[in-house]
Design a binder for this molecule. Structure first.
Ligand SMILES: NC(=O)c1ccc[n+]([C@@H]2O[C@H](COP(=O)([O-])OP(=O)(O)OC[C@H]3O[C@@H](n4cnc5c(N)ncnc54)[C@H](OP(=O)(O)O)[C@@H]3O)[C@@H](O)[C@H]2O)c1
Length: 358
């Protein structure tokens, strides 16, 4: 998934003032640009405090943009996402009542009072950006726009789960002591940033993680092709994997290639090690999410990937809860690995594994 953070701030860094009324910080031209940005995403996220204070509908109002999305086979509105620990969210909020898009509430408990108006995803003791990204990806979201407020923006930055940040500063608006929530974003020195003026706003768009989609998809297709060499079995998935080292060497493997208990990732890693390749900082492309639970071997593929210090893991299909409950992607993200899922290729992986689907 690609994650974009977007916010408008005053010249002194405030997202809002301290009055109950919603403060308009963007100029009309900048707001149009934000709506265009929204139209290029699958889901939009705002924190519970923003819903309580501003009661936004988070819809795409522009009929032309909605029509373009329909023409591309997308729903006209973005899925809506929020998060709460307190559960203080009234079902009458416009987030729940307006539009027909899917609505997701990430919470620390079940919240039965919201279950008729949203899908509540209960995360136990804490909600994290890594968990949100993982759960939304499983539901087909590929591009997430996070529109604030401050707590939520900071959570995505702190966890390293933001790819791009668009910050629009209104240079003629200062709040001083009337300021409310504040968002101070300092781009890392090495982050490429585009600076432009949009209808009187100073807009900076910084890339925190480069877009690797084209290369990822190319290598993921090789992994899927590799998976087709596997002999179908009723007790395992046919998976293919490709390891690419920082030096550019490639090693491919598929399930059970050399042993009836080997997974594809193990096969590819074993070939790399046999060739003397260094795996620290390497990338692995697998047609399916790396396993986190193994019945047949002591080490899961997730542990294998962590042990060798891979930094980039790419896959197409989240492992279904058929044999075990897999937490590979989330575990890798929690350990700081850059994980990318491409559900667009998941259909091909399902087709390779048609023997396991009724
Ligand atoms: N200018 C802009 O571009 C812009 C955009 C959006 C918002 N805003 C402004 O930002 C202000 C709100 O910002 P904010 O920082 O106070 O609040 P926020 O980020 O909108 O929401 C914070 C709330 O989200 C929930 N939350 C955050 N982290 C969580 C976690 N790890 N687990 C579970 N729940 C979590 C909590 O809800 P519970 O309290 O329910 O537990 C928390 O109180 C508003 O004034 C709004 O107008 C401005």
């Amino acid at each position: 998934m690609r994650v974009t953070l977007s916010a408008a701030v005053t010249a002194d860094g405030f997202l809002d003032d301290n009055t109950p009324q919603r403060l308009l910080i963007s100029t009309p031209g900048d707001w149009d640009a934000v709506l265009r940005l929204r139209a290029g995403h699958d889901a939009i996220l705002a924190g519970a405090e923003t819903l309580r204070r501003d009661n936004p509908a988070l819809l795409l109002r522009d009929e032309a943009a909605r029509a373009r999305r329909r023409a591309c086979g997308l729903p006209p509105d973005l899925s809506k996402v929020t998060l709460t620990a307190s559960g203080r969210l009234a079902p009458s909020l416009r987030f729940f009542t307006e539009g027909e898009a899917d609505r997701y509430v990430f919470a620390t408990s079940e919240l039965p009072e919201l279950q008729s108006v949203a899908t509540v995803i209960s995360c136990g003791s804490s909600v994290t950006a890594r968990r949100i990204v993982t759960e939304l990806e499983k539901r087909g979201v590929e591009r997430l726009l996070v529109e604030g407020g401050a707590q939520v923006l900071e959570m995505f930055l702190r966890e390293g789960m933001a790819d791009t940040v668009r910050l629009a500063v209104n240079p003629s608006l200062r709040l001083g002591e009337q300021g409310g929530a504040r968002f101070a974003f300092q781009p890392p020195e090495d982050a490429p940033c585009l600076r432009e003026e949009v209808d009187g706003m100073r807009v900076v768009t910084c890339t925190l993680r480069p877009d690797t989609t084209d290369e990822d998809l190319c290598l993921l297709r090789q992994a899927v092709a590799e998976s087709r060499k596997c002999t179908p079995s009723p007790t395992s998935y046919c998976v293919g994997a490709v390891v690419v080292t920082r030096a550019g060497e490639r090693f491919a493997g598929y399930t059970h290639e050399t042993s009836p208990t080997h997974h594809a990732e193990q096969e590819a890693v074993a070939k790399a090690l046999a060739a003397g390749a260094c795996l620290r900082g390497a990338s692995i492309y697998s047609s399916m999410e790396p396993c986190s639970v193994r019945a047949s071997e002591p080490e899961s593929c997730t542990e294998l990937i962590l042990r060798h210090g891979f930094s980039h893991v790419v896959f197409a299909l989240y492992e279904p809860d058929r044999f075990v409950c897999c937490r590979g992607a989330l575990t890798l993200r929690e350990r700081g690995v850059d994980v990318r899922a491409y559900p667009g290729l998941a259909g091909e992986v399902r087709a390779v594994n048609a023997h396991l689907w009724p």
